[in-house]
Design a protein around this ligand. Structure first.
Ligand SMILES: Nc1ncnc2c1ncn2[C@@H]1O[C@H](COP(=O)(O)OP(=O)(O)OP(=O)(O)O)[C@@H](O)[C@H]1O
Length: 364
């Protein structure tokens, strides 16, 4: 939260925003109000319309209906460049950096260097260093190739790029997804410094505890509509936020938990027989030695930072990647076991092969 209270006159007002895609009304009259110097969190389930709304705000999508007012003036965000010129910068979850370019080149990508008055690479590097130091990351060297940086360092470069413009509003789409715990602390420190300078932040995250820590107010989207505007981020009960996001009370969202397995019972399977056994799953250079089991009726969360290999593990399990180790499904339609990493070709081939080897199949 900023040190001084947010200015009550909104920096941004979006009213009745509609965005229709073929067959989908992604936004159906959404309202958003952001004050200068506040962290405004945007919440909603998958598909609620958050990304579409921030793309409208970033100038990447044109709304079919609705009005946008920035600093008291009606604006048309006709392109990303128009949005940037008006002081709106966006940091997307999939950071849009160019791996083959240097840190400084990425920061000033799209700037008109002549207009900025840079006469040499050295000057661009010096300006980049200044921005990185402002973000508390003077150790990132402006001439390093971005592809060599960690996900956290890449995000700092993205923020430096946002700050390289005269920014009044920064949109951050799941900024903590790529960060380890201590790096999230640094992100929050940077956000607090920005808001102290009256920069507003629109912050998208699925992590409610983060929203409590860094957020000032919350807008909740549901099915392309605004379910709530400007709720206090620190004091609104979680059950209320979840109910607004889902349209259901918490007791219906989370079914009653089964009792934990007794001591000595089969580990990590909720006490039941494992249906899926994954052993020493390895895709060289991506992940190694992953083992877990899933019992019938059990939901197992696969947690990790962006880049840690979560999606790749699932891709290996359903057979889209070659791997070593084993993936065994018990009690499925086919008897026995199959190592999906060895399966290739069409479904018919797989089916015959699975039968011949007395294997089973994971039905996804
Ligand atoms: N370019 C597009 N073309 C067609 N439909 C789209 C397009 N972009 C989004 N949609 C649809 O619009 C709806 C809202 O999607 P959107 O990505 O904005 O939701 P979201 O809240 O950001 O979800 P998530 O958290 O999963 O990113 C979804 O039904 C989605 O399938």
């Amino acid at each position: 939260m900023s040190e001084s209270p947010p200015d009550p006159i909104p920096l941004l007002l979006m009213r009745g925003i509609v965005k229709q895609f073929p067959g989908v009304r992604a936004l159906d009259g959404v309202d958003l109000e952001v004050l200068p110097g506040e962290v405004h969190c945007l919440l909603g389930q998958n598909g609620a319309g958050k990304s579409t709304l921030i793309k409208v705000l970033a100038g990447a999508h044109q709304p079919d209906e609705g009005t946008i007012t920035l600093g008291g003036e009606a604006v048309r965000l006709s392109s990303p460049t128009a949005a940037i010129k008006l002081g709106i910068s966006t940091i997307y979850q999939e950071l849009d950096l160019v791996d083959g370019l240097s840190v400084a080149e990425n920061i000033f990508l799209g700037h008109e260097m002549a207009r900025l008055g840079f006469v040499s690479r050295g000057e661009a590097n010096r300006a980049a260093r200044g921005l990185l130091e402002r973000l508390g990351h003077g150790e990132i060297r402006p001439n390093t190739e971005v592809g060599r940086l960690s996900p956290a360092a890449k995000q700092v470069v993205s923020m430096a790029r946002a700050l390289s413009h005269d920014t009044r509003l920064i949109i951050m789409d799941e900024p903590s997804a790529a960060l380890a715990h201590d790096e999230v602390g640094n992100l929050f420190r940077i956000i607090r410094e920005l808001t102290a300078q009256r920069v507003a932040v629109v912050y998208i995250s699925h992590r409610l505890e983060e929203i409590r820590e860094i957020g000032d107010r919350v807008t909740v989207l549901k099915d392309g509509r605004t379910a709530a505007v400007g709720l206090p981020a620190k004091t609104t009960p979680t059950a209320q936020v979840v109910a607004l996001m889902t349209g259901r009370n918490v007791e219906y969202v989370f079914p009653p938990r089964r009792p934990a397995p007794a001591a000595g019972a089969e580990e990590s399977t909720g006490g039941g027989e494992p249906v899926l056994r994954v052993r020493d799953l390895t895709v060289p250079g991506v992940f190694a030695g992953v083992s877990f089991e899933v019992a019938a009726g059990e939901i197992v969360g696969l947690a990790g930072l962006v880049g840690s290999g979560r999606s790749e593990i699932i891709e290996a399990i359903y057979g889209a990647r070659r791997f070593s180790g084993s993936v065994v499904l018990e009690g499925g339609r086919w008897a026995g076991a199959v190592r999906l990493g060895r399966c290739a070709g069409g479904w018919g081939w797989r089916r015959r092969s699975v039968r011949r080897r007395r294997c089973c199949w994971i039905r996804v």
